[in-house]
Design a protein around this ligand. Structure first.
Ligand code: G6P
Ligand code: MG
Length: 221
């Protein structure tokens, strides 16, 4: 059976993926680029700077700004995002997540956070979930998803191999990262976005310990 569960944060533990989208949409609009939800799928799970570079390329402006201007634009987006998440409380934790974390703790299964967000530790605290995480892998120390490094780091911090872990993700880039390090992926969202070859739940209420064990048996037997 699996020994660890590695969680993504935005769009898995709470609805902050929506705030990232809204903040990017506003920033993009301020420089004359229109983004929509379909394009946003490509930003999910991707670091702040890489997201901005993708937006600039999408708008045909990849060479329009200096590195310094790019850093300023990224900081502007983050300022807006930080304002949005100031309102997050424990009531914003997605359905089923707290009970899953409690089940995992009781079963002695290690729990790690593998989010690309520099804001992740603050959010986990704001949602009063710190006690459930044995590690929060530092996103600023590794390359962005789809590189598997953040999942590898979280597993390593838990004293486990990625192969012994389940990874839970809402982003195509995140699923790619989980597959690349040979953890077992479980997607949150639509199979049409995340893949027909993996377990996908349409919402987090379905994520129970029993469900995770069932997927492990199904895909790892
Ligand atoms: C997560 C989100 C991305 C976000 C990234 C960096 O992976 O899915 O949308 O760009 O974190 O977040 P940060 O809070 O560091 O800007
Ligand atoms: Mg996510």
């Amino acid at each position: 059976m699996f020994k660890g569960v590695l969680f993504d944060l935005d769009g898995v533990i709470t609805d902050t993926a929506e705030y990232h989208y809204l903040a990017w949409k506003e920033l993009a609009a301020s420089i004359g680029i229109t983004i929509d939800r379909e394009f946003n799928e490509q930003l999910k799970g991707v670091s702040r700077l890489d997201s901005l570079k993708r937006i600039l390329a999408y708008g045909g402006k990849e060479n329009a700004y200096s590195e310094e201007q790019i850093a300023n634009l990224a900081a502007q987006k983050n300022e807006q995002y930080v304002k949005m998440i100031a309102k997050v409380t424990p009531a914003d934790v997605y359905p089923g997540i707290l009970s899953l974390l409690q089940e995992l703790k009781q079963a002695g299964i290690k729990v790690g956070l593998a989010s690309a967000s520099i804001n992740a530790p603050a959010l986990i605290e704001r949602m009063e979930l710190s006690a459930y995480f044995d590690t929060i892998a530092r996103a600023d120390q590794v390359p962005s998803k789809p590189d598997p490094a953040i999942f590898e780091l979280a597993a390593k911090n838990l004293g486990l191999e990625p192969e012994q872990c389940i990874g839970i993700e809402d982003a195509p880039a995140g699923i790619q990262a989980i597959k690349a390090c040979h953890a077992l992926p479980i997607g949150v969202g639509k199979a049409s976005d995340l893949g027909q070859d993996i377990a996908v739940v349409e919402n987090t209420a379905k994520l129970t310990l029993a469900y995770l064990e069932e997927q492990w048996r199904k895909y790892r037997a």
